[in-house]
Design a protein around this ligand. Structure first.
Ligand SMILES: Cc1cc2nc3c(=O)[nH]c(=O)nc-3n(C[C@H](O)[C@H](O)[C@H](O)COP(=O)(O)O)c2cc1C
Length: 210
């Protein structure tokens, strides 16, 4: 079966980006093993991600309450569902995610807020809680997490990790249970070249098996 893979990148740093360099190693390895795969990249900074402002929020609350959004709200709702469809068209997704201020870059939070819609990503039952609508569809995700100051094992004076904890939890919440992580956290006192090589090798290994 031909797989489809979408790389969603949230670093704006282009050729200077650590997370993109590691993601590229993953993608090269994946391409070697799946030469026929359809592979696309969505750079979240390319201007194609819709906003999620007053009209979209009004639409979401209308849909949640069982009504149809109208006018500008309906237009914002169509744009949000269009972004969801673009994401949902792929059965494999790679995310590259730098740490920004302990969390994820705001453009990635915008992506989450745009596509996490009732009827698309989730349902809610008042008694049973959330339903995870992407579950059971064979979807898989891999995530490249990078940071420069924070690292596992360091104390809170170097910050805390609300990056992988938040984002991997969001993926599970959508119903994508199969989530693999690649980490690059050299810290200010670490050996950057060695740590980068380890992350690139981990990305190559995972790319081959993904
Ligand atoms: C706006 C901004 C905020 C950042 N905040 C943190 C942070 O809170 N903790 C940290 O360890 N590194 C932080 N960094 C450093 C990046 O996480 C690190 O350099 C990462 O590898 C960048 O990924 P990229 O090269 O793919 O853009 C920040 C960088 C930027 C540009």
């Amino acid at each position: 079966m031909t797989s489809t893979l979408l790389h969603i990148s949230s670093s704006p740093r282009g050729t200077a980006s650590e997370s993109l360099r590691i993601a590229d190693a993953f993608l090269d390895a994946y391409r070697d093993v799946h030469p026929d795969a359809q592979m696309h990249t969505w750079d979240l900074w390319d201007g194609s991600l819709p906003e999620f402002g007053p009209d979209a929020a009004a639409a979401k609350m209308a849909v949640f309450g069982g009504a149809d959004p109208e006018g500008a709200a309906a237009e914002a709702w169509r744009a949000a569902l269009g972004a969801f469809d673009r994401f949902d068209a792929f059965d494999r997704v790679l995310f590259s995610v730098p740490m920004w201020n302990g969390g994820v870059p705001y453009i990635l939070k915008q992506f989450i807020d745009v596509i996490s819609q009732p009827g698309a990503v989730f349902g809610v039952d008042p008694q049973a809680g959330y339903r995870h609508l992407l579950a059971g569809r064979g979807k898989k995700a891999a995530v490249v997490y990078t940071s420069a100051v924070w690292g596992p094992g360091l104390g809170p004076e170097f910050g805390r990790d609300f990056q992988s904890t938040y984002f991997t939890d969001w993926l599970h919440w959508t119903g994508i249970e199969d989530v693999a992580e690649i980490h690059f956290h050299p810290t200010l006192t670490g050996d950057w070249d060695e740590t980068r090589n380890e992350a690139v090798n981990a990305a190559k290994d995972l790319g081959k098996r993904f």
